[in-house]
Design a protein around this ligand. Structure first.
Ligand code: ZN
Length: 290
């Protein structure tokens, strides 16, 4: 009997110990759980930071290569074509003020005056894998009303990205300007086939690299971008975007009504058979005409 009571006591106290231990353990487990949650949160945060760093590094690498690496990320057809740009450059797909446009009336009246004051300079031309681009030395400006923009570069698209009444022209020159506070204005000069030779275009065509590569400076050739403008600055105007990734918006677009001429053989020898983004939805924007 005594032994049974003793055993019972031992069993009871063992039971009590087990319960006490398990309570303590539950407390410890809870504590451990909280610590685990905290740790996994920290790991996740570190992973995110690492990913951001990696993205930044990629961007820096692209810049370091002078934009050449970027050429691999987008193009004008297939898996890298314009309808896929949005995957890597969201504004291209989600933006509501994209370029280029089909220029079709009715138009609002444009009262903006355009005055180009372009200067001659040594020819610097680059094939960046997407277009032929001429980099312009400082000193050439475009006055848009009272605002002054510096001509930074101009480049070509074949066919013209802009359409007039649903039709593209053979090619277009985009004169890209930047204001002191970083705003962009593009002057589009449409080009149609003509027998007349434009000597400036000829100089550029003769010296442009057929393959993607670094900028070529042709010390013996001076060109004046003014010779690529028609006589009249009559234009269409609207607010748009870059027509290439990242498709940044807030770009003022002016499309001159008068085209300039380009010879058939030059159109044919342009190294890019097709480097025009399709026209984009108007999304309620108003096109102005001077
Ligand atoms: Zn362009």
């Amino acid at each position: 009997m005594f032994i049974r009571i003793l055993l019972g006591g031992i069993v009871a106290s063992l039971f009590a110990m087990v319960i006490t231990l398990s309570i303590v353990n539950t407390g410890k487990t809870k504590d451990l759980d909280t610590r685990l949650v905290k740790a996994s949160k920290q790991i996740k945060e570190q992973e995110e930071t690492l990913q951001k760093l990696e993205e930044a590094l990629h961007a820096m690498a692209d810049k370091g290569k002078g934009g050449h690496a970027a050429a691999a990320h987008w193009g004008y057809e297939g898996e890298m074509g314009p309808d896929k740009w949005g995957k890597q450059y969201p504004t291209c797909a989600e933006g509501k003020s994209q370029s280029p446009l089909n220029i079709v009336g009715p138009f609002d009246k444009s009262t903006t005056t355009l005055k180009a004051d372009y200067k001659p300079g040594v020819l610097k031309v680059v094939n960046n894998g997407h277009t032929i681009q001429v980099n312009v030395p400082p000193g050439s400006t475009l006055k848009v009303g009272n605002e002054s923009y510096d001509l930074v570069q101009f480049h070509f698209h074949r066919p013209s990205e802009e359409q007039i009444d649903g039709k593209p022209m053979a090619m277009v020159t985009h004169m890209v300007h930047k204001s002191a506070d970083g705003k962009l204005a593009v002057l589009a000069v449409l080009m149609r086939e003509s027998a007349v030779q434009n000597r400036t275009l000829w100089s550029i065509w003769k010296n442009m690299p057929a393959k993607e590569g670094p900028e070529v400076e042709v010390a013996s050739v001076s060109i004046n971008p003014a010779t690529l403008l028609p006589e009249s600055m009559a234009h269409y105007a609207y607010d748009g975007s870059l027509t290439t990734p990242p498709c940044t918006e807030g770009v003022k677009f002016f499309i001159l009504k008068s085209p300039i001429g380009i010879q058939r053989e030059m159109i044919d020898s342009f190294p890019f058979k097709m480097n025009a983004r399709p026209v984009q939805p108007l999304n309620g924007r108003k096109i102005q005409a001077s």
